[in-house]
Design a protein around this ligand. Structure first.
Ligand code: C6P
Length: 425
């Protein structure tokens, strides 16, 4: 079975049989947190786009690490330090395999997507961007893929340009032709919108950028845990994601960078672990990725991320993608039946979430109401203020799914939303 990123989404239909071969009920049992009751009701956790829950395999991997192997990495010559180093570097190798990187040296551990993007903006951007250069973004970016570029543009005298979003929540790709001018040095865009669920055609966007000599950065925060990704097939230059949205602990994330680019990029933070030699006046630095990992890293986080990757791959990403997008489609259909409701994002193909507004109540009131029934939704601007403005709403209510969720839970959500319509009338 071969996957081609989102050019690859169409291929997902070919693998219809895949999700039906997984025992999703048994998979759900791996998540102890889901067994609880909240405010007297069975917990329904529909906030995985904000942070996913963790399977026992990941929790156990963390416990084992701290009970057996814990020590600092790359420093001590003792046994535990050797084991911790091995586990940390094994995690790097595992991430490289997971996203199809050519080498583990192209994988930098960070705190998450936000830090990964800031690293590119501060290290690569500081050296390679100048006055009059353009950073092309889209109008659906999370603040994490907007604010770092605003700060950089201000420092360097560069300009930001934006690919617009159409009413149906897809990118206005026809406009790319006029936006991708020779001044564009970087095109940075999200793979899946965390508010609309739109899945962007990454391979196509990267190819178009490459044709004018622009580099690409893909924000894979909402895709890395949900679908197969292969950075070489996508043809991107940088790719960022967070462990905590894909079954791993908080505080661990990844920046993938093409080797040649990382080699020419200077460090962004200075300190221990990233140097070759230091005098009082001057230092020399290690090669990537260690050049970009100053100080003691999140070793246990990396171990947890490797365990999460093993867990996800044991289920299979084609099956997860099929399952999650089926849930999202079903939810979008069911929610749009509710009176006075507007559902955002594309109708056909969408990532594992549905965002909507209801005439009945403000998203914050709706989310608070849902919580009374043990239903965890998210209400607000989802760190997408410009996108909310584009759609003329103060915020949305969002239900986001992962492979441990069920259609029965969506039916229950719809009942609760019906009750909300009555309550707020
Ligand atoms: N979106 C959501 O509820 P961090 O916080 O660094 O792990 O991820 C930031 C980020 C970047 N890009 C996208 C597309 C995202 O969705 C997120 C995180 C969360 O939608 C918190 S606002």
């Amino acid at each position: 079975m071969h996957w081609r990123g989102i050019a690859g989404v169409a291929d997902c239909r070919v693998h219809k049989a895949v999700a039906s071969q997984v025992d999703w009920r048994a998979v759900r049992e791996d998540f102890p947190i889901l067994r609880q009751r909240v405010r007297g009701h069975d917990l329904i956790y529909f906030d995985s786009a904000a942070s996913s829950q963790k399977p026992r395999a990941v929790i156990e991997a963390l416990r084992n690490f701290y009970e057996r192997d814990n020590a600092n990495v790359h420093r001590g010559l003792h046994t535990l330090s050797g084991r911790a180093t091995e586990a940390y570097e094994h995690a790097r190798q595992r991430v490289a395999e997971y996203i199809g990187a050519a080498s583990a040296d192209e994988i930098i551990f960070t705190r998450g997507t936000t830090e990964s993007i800031n690293l590119v903006a501060q290290a690569w951007g500081e050296k390679f961007l100048g006055e009059g250069d353009v950073i092309l973004l889209t109008a659906m970016e999370h603040h994490s893929n907007l604010v770092p570029w605003q700060l950089l543009a201000e420092r360097k005298g560069a300009r930001l340009q934006f690919l617009p979003v159409r009413d149906d929540g897809t990118l206005d790709i026809e406009k790319l032709h006029s936006l991708l001018t020779p001044e564009v040095k970087l095109f940075a865009f999200t793979h899946i919108s965390n508010s609309l669920g739109t899945i962007n055609p990454v391979a196509d966007l990267c190819a178009k950028a490459r044709a004018v000599g622009a580099l690409t950065l893909v924000d894979a925060a909402q895709s890395a845990g949900h679908m197969p990704l292969d950075v070489q097939e996508l043809g991107c230059d940088f790719l960022a994601f967070s462990g905590h949205k894909m079954c791993a602990p908080t505080g661990i994330g990844v920046l993938y960078g093409r080797a040649e680019l990382l080699d020419s990029t200077p460090p962004w933070q200075g300190g221990g672990e990233m140097i070759v030699s230091v005098t009082l006046e001057k230092s020399t630095f290690k090669k990537p990725p260690h050049r970009f990992e100053a100080g003691t890293p999140n070793i246990a986080g990396a171990v947890g991320l490797a365990a999460a990757i093993d867990y996800i791959d044991a289920i299979g990403r084609p099956a997860i993608f099929e399952h999650d997008s089926e849930l999202a489609r079903y939810a979008a259909d069911r929610v749009s039946e509710l009176p006075g409701t507007r559902v955002f994002g594309p109708k056909e193909e969408r990532g594992a979430l549905v965002g909507f507004v209801m005439d009945a109540a403000h998203p914050h009131d709706l989310t608070t109401f849902a919580d009374q029934y043990g239903l965890a939704l998210r209400g607000g601007h989802h760190c997408n203020q410009p996108l909310m403005r584009r759609f003329n709403v103060p915020g949305t209510t969002r239900a986001s799914f992962y492979f441990y969720n069920t259609t029965e839970e969506i039916d229950r959500m719809v009942e609760i939303l019906h009750a909300a319509v009555q309550f707020f009338k």
